[in-house]
Design a binder for this molecule. Structure first.
Ligand code: BEZ
Ligand code: FE
Length: 420
């Protein structure tokens, strides 16, 4: 029998059974886990009492079916989602499913209401489901679930009927959908017992930002599982499971105009929000940028600054070109580009209904996006979205130009840095 030491035990564990192993992926994962956990133990040198406490903690969570929630509060589910499903073109970003999905929600035809009985403050959510290029998809099935206004899922609340706030329905012939619901309340993850003590000792709260879960399926398209959030929710920046994505935030508008109320047959104000979903066609496969990036790729990505140039090609159409800006180290102040001579800086805000048809750049200028998103279509048919921190160099001063429009009816803040 080998005499194991703190230096040899990790290798001994990893090589145990190596010749007879039948699942290489499992073996790869477990070996990395052993490296990570042994490294942690070597570094932190836990006492035996701490080890016992850790096992008791996991045992309690396992008994209560809360291991999934532990993975969520540690950001593991959100990280897997971020690595596997970054945004591609107009395809809607995915988001974690969470533990509260129920299959076989009632299927409803239009008009769709997510709940039974009467609720205050109705909210209508409308929109269109398209492919990644904006082509409408009729007959796509939405499977939606959420809490009621008090933050309770139906299965946690004996006062709600079975499957309340859980419905399935399909898009119409134009790819449009609409449903009536109420704004869900923020809710707390289970926070009694070991999980609650754990979060409290870390100075964390158990609140999830209010959200609506949506799964969308359509033959020929990758199934989409995502969540929609609400502007103004107090937990947008501190969601307990780290799943809020800016592109998924709804901006409900309050409607009080009596004529609009009459159209809906309502005698009190209501809210409405629009959200368009984009699905990714299966036939395009898993694009490289949808695959998990290696840590090396991730660190590479963080370096440098990419500027997307909009220019007029010889065909008279605008095109995109991604350009890396060379940076040189200046020690204490970081890495700098060569100075670029500019003529002015203009701060700019556009509304949620900003929709500017074909136009070209009025002058050569950088557009530095601060907040909100813009979707730009160019003459070669490409559409791209630009969000917070993205930099565009607009140089397409001739030809047909491009189309710009606000995303998801949301205002946007940006800066023009003019060059001419
Ligand atoms: C949810 O969205 O329902 C959820 C997600 C993660 C943990 C707990 C709940
Ligand atoms: Fe949820």
């Amino acid at each position: 029998m080998a005499h194991l030491t703190t230096n040899t035990i990790s290798e001994a564990v990893k090589s145990a059974g190596r010749d007879k192993a039948t699942n290489p992926r499992l073996q790869q994962c477990v070996n990395r886990l052993v490296d990570a956990l042994h490294g942690l133990i070597q570094e932190l040198k836990p006492t035996e009492a701490e080890m016992i406490k850790t096992v008791e903690f996991l045992t309690e969570l396992g008994r209560k079916d809360q291991i999934q929630i532990l993975a969520d509060v540690l950001g593991l589910s959100a990280l897997v989602d971020l690595l596997n499903y970054p945004k591609v073109g107009r395809a809607t970003p995915t988001d974690v499913e969470g533990p509260y999905y129920r299959e076989d929600a009632p299927f409803r035809k239009s008009p769709v209401t997510l709940y039974e009985g009467d609720e205050d403050d109705p909210l209508f959510i409308t929109g269109r489901i398209t492919n990644h290029e904006g082509v409408p998809l009729p007959g796509a099935v939405l499977d939606v679930w959420q809490t009621n206004g008090r933050g309770l899922y139906e299965h946690q609340d004996p006062t709600q009927p079975q499957y309340n706030f859980r419905r399935r329905f399909a898009t119409d012939a134009q790819g449009n959908y609409e449903f009536q619901t109420v704004q869900p309340g923020p809710y707390q993850l289970p926070h009694g017992g070991a999980l609650g003590i754990f979060l409290a000792q870390l100075g964390r709260h158990p609140w999830r930002s209010a959200h609506i879960h949506v799964k969308i399926s359509k033959d020929g398209y990758a199934p989409l599982t995502t969540q929609l959030f609400f502007r103004g929710d107090p937990y947008l920046d501190s969601d307990a499971v780290f799943s809020v994505k800016e592109e998924l935030i709804l901006y409900p508008i309050r409607i009080e105009d009596p004529a609009r109320l009459r159209e809906r047959g309502l005698d009190r104000p209501y809210s409405e929000a629009e959200f368009n979903f984009g699905l990714w066609p299966k036939e395009l496969g898993q694009p490289a940028y949808r695959l998990a990036a290696s840590p090396a790729d991730l660190s590479k990505k963080k370096e440098g600054i990419t500027v997307t140039r909009l220019y007029t090609g010889p065909d008279g159409e605008s095109h995109f070109q991604d350009m890396d800006t060379p940076l040189t180290s200046k020690q204490t102040i970081g890495r700098l580009s060569e100075p670029i001579r500019a003529t002015s800086i203009i701060f700019r805000e556009t509304d949620g209904d900003y929709d500017y048809g074909w136009h070209h750049a009025p002058r050569r200028q950088y557009i530095i996006n601060l907040e909100g998103e813009v979707e730009i279509t160019v003459g070669d048919g490409t559409t791209r979205r630009f969000g917070t921190g993205d930099v565009i160099l607009a140089e397409d001063q001739t030809g047909r130009g491009h189309i710009s429009r606000a995303m998801n009816k949301r205002p946007r803040k940006s800066i023009f840095v003019t060059l001419d």
